[in-house]
Design a protein around this ligand. Sequence first.
Ligand SMILES: Cc1ncc(COP(=O)(O)O)c(C=O)c1O
Length: 394
Amino acid sequence: MTFLTHLECSETGEQLPADQDQHLSGAGFPLLARYDYAAIRSRVPRRDLTGRRTDLWRFAELLPSDNPVTLGEGWTPLLRLDRIGAELGLRDLLVKDEGFNPTGTFKARGAAVGVARARDLGVTNIAMPTAGNAGGAWAAYCANAGVGFRVIMPADAPVINMAEARVYGSDAAYVDGLISDAGRIIGAESAKHGWYDASTLKEPYRIEGKKTMGLEIVEQLGWELPDVIFYPAGGGVGLIGIWKALDELEEIGWIGSDRPRLVAVQADGCAPLVRAWNERAEESRFWDGADTIASGLRVPKPLGDRLVLRALRETDGTAISVSDRSIREAVSELAQREGLFVCPEGASMLPALRALRDGDWIKEGEQVVLLNTGTGLKYPELVSLDGVETLPHP
Ligand SMILES: Cc1ncc(COP(=O)(O)O)c(C=O)c1O
């Protein structure tokens, strides 16, 4: 049963009721869902999770809906990268492999919870801009829930994402521009037609789905915390979610006050969070000419930038960017040395890890978790087939 109580402005603390359709706070900042943590603490010991369903809805008390929309999302494996981990002198190098989710990425988590909550609130039509994968995921969950879905993505989004939107019956369009341009059109269309604008962090429940990555990592490690968690940050919602999840676990008494150091990884061609981090700024600036093969990282001005930067500061974390070339090499390396075909966003973490290990920011013997946010199967266009022979018919 949910213990959702209200929504809170992430900057001003303003409280808003959760039983109405809410988007940004009065001051224009993202809203965060809050729960009755004291009640959970006194009534629900963590051993209660034993024997529960093996999807993200196992964390019912910390989720905002009692009416799951589900396609089997969450409870993805934590896999060991023994070869690369040993080479880097780490105790454990683990990958939380989100490629196992429905529609092949972690976006299924935000979609499952976001669509479930929107349906609770009586929403019949959802609209969103997307870099690609969220569109595929929300299209699937809207179809499952019987909710209409309008989606706009940049014309250079991976082809598979438009194919997903089409196959699930969405009303889909391309825009000649970036996700920020798609967002402007969706905002105007939603205002005109009364649609529920589910743009990243403009509605408060997508992050509730994504935070379950943090809940799962801790449960899967036997309620121990790793030393470091790497996250490929576009909008940074998953990173904010993991940070929020850990704070909530402490509030309900399931973990103590230790935290893993959080690392936001971006691409050199679009790194507004890394630039803001290096400038010690509280907010990012719009990144002109955003360009990277990791389409999920092509977000020139994340709405949740202040929260990402706060999460990095509060956990003694850091932000780092890597080149597209190193991302391509990491896709091949992880496939060939570890048997994992990861998405370019996920691959970005390997060069970032190497750089931070070389600089001794990551110490020998530490336990590190990398978030592979999706399967490489969604990006076949990034794999070269040069040199593949075609044999004559025998
Ligand atoms: C595969 C993949 N990884 C990472 C991201 C970035 O997600 P976030 O908004 O949580 O930073 C995206 C977003 O589109 C994505 O599709």
